[in-house]
Design a protein around this ligand. Sequence first.
Ligand SMILES: [Zn+2]
Length: 332
Amino acid sequence: MKIKGMIFLIMLMIFLFAVAGCSGETEMPANETEEKEVSSEEETVDKISVVATLFPQYDFARRIGGDNVEVIYLLPPGTEAHSYEPTPQDMVSLLNADVFLYTGEFMEPWSRNIVENLKEEGVLVVDLSQDIPLLTSEDHDHEHEGDDEHGEDEEAIDPHYWTDPNMAIIMVKSIGDALSQVDPGNIEQYKGEEAALIEDLILLDNDIREALSRTKSKTILSGGHFAFGYFARQYGLEHMSPYEGFSPNAEPTPQRITALIQTIEDTGANAIYHEELIDPKVAQVIVDETGAELLLLHGSHNISKEELDSGRTYIEIMYDNLENLKEGLGYE
Ligand SMILES: [Zn+2]
């Protein structure tokens, strides 16, 4: 690391500690943060070093990169992704990386403070939303008329594009291009794996489309923050969530919880979905009130330590989601 890099790192640590001081407690279990892949640095001498923020890009990069690439997963497994802030150790990994893959400034607002400096340090910075048409709350908040309180502009941008396999294909292309750019000697491998992964994602898309065209209900009733806006739009579904905006840190509104309960009672819907890695308190209230079944709709922001150790993939998570959607929406 150059002197300039060191100064930048020190400045950034000061900044991050200030931010951490303002945002109060974090929900990171101490034992899991310590087990992060710090050890990877010794092995990366002749490997390309990639740092990925959310699980989908971590999963895609490790498959496309294969043995030529060391992918460092920035999120501590098992934690809630929206409240993540990089630690000083994460910053060291970032400054030493060849490639940084992030979701975008709306999912990772902290990235705004570091991308320019990472570029100066020679890191190839890839904003995976660069080729994605981002949706706003206006685009898919149908059942929510007469309320314009979206607050800051950025809260109205839905960052969860990766839940649509068609957007995941665009991410995969960006990742394949980035690896080919920093390591052109292995371009055949990267482009070959990229093409194979895209084929799997096209198959996933077809399977979802086929199954969801045959469900009785077309409305996903979610007790969590709604990460499936892009997915719902792609497959012609409606959705309801008790949360404003796109982060689980906001409080759900009582009116929206009541509206969900009313919808279940009116329509005879038999399932409510909860999200991954968060205690489903709100969904449980609705289940207690209505007797609806509680099913998981995994947003794939992050995965648990056990899932990570077992080699679970984005595609497996999405197929499990499809099974739960078939069950909850009445597949026939
Ligand atoms: Zn989310």
